[in-house]
Design a protein around this ligand. Structure first.
Ligand SMILES: O=C(O)C(=O)C[C@]1(C(=O)O)C=C[C@@H](O)C=C1
Length: 283
């Protein structure tokens, strides 16, 4: 156990799902009383880690209803040099929050993080049709707003409601009950591995030299030849020109495995950049 507890940067304020994920990672690392550092955006979380302000950061990567969290992916691809050290999947059960004593009829606006609003689209159109949406920097921020204004409903978890004094008007308002979000534990580039598990996985960001016929097939073939099983592939715009993409790939195994090294060495000869985001135990 280290002499001082490590600091975890997360999307605040207290009561976000990122807060819950940070505590889950801290428990896995044996930090009983972790220092949590509140950030107001995911960019700030990455910044804290890249600059060494915090040893760890916790960022959402993907939601089962809405797909990838693009702000996280863009940091991994284009801005940050942080490494992924672990992953944690949380069940996401949203509540509709109101000011104490307020009723649904008084609600004029529904506030939440864009992911929170999107994950409850059906509930909102059925129960609060025509109300304006207001995006907040996090779900907990919407709990804070709703507690103070009878005309604003928030979407956040029950813990945030309790923290900020909002009333839980409805529970489990997400559009599908199996709603889950995965989070990554990140550390500064070169941070030693801190978690272990029976099954390792590796995340990569791959950048093509040029857009040409068969480029994606070539990438996939190198993994197939090396007998490396892929678990995810997704593309993101390179931001250079419309229709130009880079690829994120998750695969089974670690960069220390010979098969993975073989595939990566071949790809390094053919691609502009092979960025290893990290090898870590699969959740
Ligand atoms: O706003 C929060 O509570 C967050 O931690 C962010 C976030 C996200 O970006 O996906 C995390 C989990 C839920 O999917 C909703 C919002």
């Amino acid at each position: 156990m280290p002499a001082t507890e490590p600091t975890f940067a997360y999307l605040g304020p207290a009561g976000t799902y990122s807060d819950e994920a940070a505590r889950a990672f801290a428990a896995r690392l044996g930090a009983d009383e972790p220092a949590l550092f509140e950030c107001s955006s995911l960019d700030e979380v990455f910044d804290c880690v890249d600059r060494g302000r915090c040893e760890y950061g916790v960022v959402p990567t993907e939601n089962s209803l809405e797909g990838p969290v693009t702000a996280t992916l863009d940091n991994f691809a284009f801005k940050s040099s942080a490494s992924i050290l672990g992953e944690e999947v949380l069940d996401i059960h949203h509540c509709l929050l109101l000011a104490p004593g307020a009723s649904l009829d008084e609600v004029e606006r529904v506030a939440s993080h864009p992911q929170g609003l999107a994950q409850c689209r059906r509930f909102l159109s059925e129960r609060l049709p025509g109300r304006a949406s207001v995006t907040t920097s996090s779900t907990a921020e919407s709990a804070r707003l709703s507690a103070a204004d009878p005309h604003v409903a928030g979407i956040a978890n029950a813990f945030a409601a309790q923290l900020y004094g909002a009333h839980v008007a409805e529970r489990d308002i997400e559009d599908h009950f199996g709603n889950q979000t995965s989070f990554a534990l990140i550390g500064r580039q070169g941070h030693p591995s801190v978690l272990s598990g029976p099954r390792m996985k590796t995340s990569l960001a791959l950048f093509l030299q040029a857009d040409k016929a068969g480029a994606l097939l070539m990438i996939l073939s190198e993994f197939a030849y090396a007998n490396v099983n892929l678990t995810k592939i997704q593309s993101r715009p390179t931001k250079q020109a419309l229709g130009e993409y880079m690829f994120f790939i998750d695969l089974e195994g670690s960069v220390n495995d010979l098969a993975v090294q073989t595939a990566l060495n071949c790809l390094r000869l053919k691609l502009r950049e092979v960025k290893v985001l990290g090898s870590y135990p699969a959740a």
